[in-house]
Write a protein of this length. Structure first.
Length: 161
């Protein structure tokens, strides 16, 4: 019985330290966004955005990921985020020569808690004309899994430890 209790205690301590490390990574990623994100002003607030566009093959196909802190500047010039938004798009060319776009949208709190997730599939002609735009159903497990793996990719891209 003592071994079981000790094992449970060690597991809880390990889970707690993993959560702290993850929190530290999240804070570091947020700081990188604030320090190096591209600034754009919109009607929804000021966006500080990290971008990653990676070619897939040769025909212009690509994985395009964007992570933005959305907020504003105070009177001292310090940026304060109200939330973060993520866009993950995979652009592939289908058999008809059109773009097949798999898009995930994320909105999370500054603490990394998921507010909402959306998943779309679009088909677009090479000239930009939209052929179809379908909203896909996302169950909680699938969306959370996608979000967490996507954030892990951002940690790797930015060197966040």
């Amino acid at each position: 019985m003592k071994k079981l209790i000790a094992s449970i205690f060690v597991s809880i301590v390990m889970l707690g330290s993993a959560a702290l490390a993850s929190g530290s990574q999240w804070e570091n990623l947020n700081q990188i966004i604030k320090d190096t994100g591209t600034v754009s002003e919109t009607q929804f607030g000021i966006y500080l955005t990290l971008s990653s566009i990676v070619p897939i093959g040769t025909e212009g196909a690509r994985q395009a990921d964007y992570l933005s802190a959305v907020g504003g500047y105070d009177e001292n010039g310090n940026f304060h985020a109200g939330h973060l938004e993520g866009v993950s798009e995979q652009w592939l060319i289908d058999a008809d020569g059109n773009w097949s776009i798999d898009q995930w949208l994320f909105r999370v709190s500054v603490d990394g808690e998921i507010d909402w997730i959306a998943h779309y599939h679009m088909v677009q002609k090479p000239n930009g004309t939209m052929i179809s735009h379908d909203s896909l159903i996302v169950d909680d497990g699938e969306g959370e899994s996608k979000w967490h793996s996507w954030v892990e990719d951002w940690y790797a891209r930015t060197g966040v430890m």
